[in-house]
Write a protein that binds this ligand. Structure first.
Ligand SMILES: [Zn+2]
Length: 70
């Protein structure tokens, strides 16, 4: 949360919105969002956070979604 209040931008590839949440990068990528140039934590804007939440309701859903996609 500290990162976000300093005005960080969304880390998703091609997105330049203001960050709303910071999340573990592994979990962000696990939900199918592509982030670039980040460390352990990624910053997501409101819209991408919504998207992330949709994709990662819980881990079992996430695994299933992965298999469906490929
Ligand atoms: Zn974004």
């Amino acid at each position: 949360m500290g990162v976000v209040s300093k005005g960080a931008k969304c880390n998703v590839d091609g997105c330049d919105s203001n960050g709303a949440r910071s999340l573990n990068t592994v979990r962000v990528e696990g939900a199918g969002l592509r982030v670039s140039g980040v460390g352990k934590k990624s910053v997501l804007c409101k819209e991408h956070y919504k998207e992330w939440k949709k994709e990662s309701k819980d881990d079992r859903d996430l695994e299933r979604a992965r298999f469906d996609r490929f």
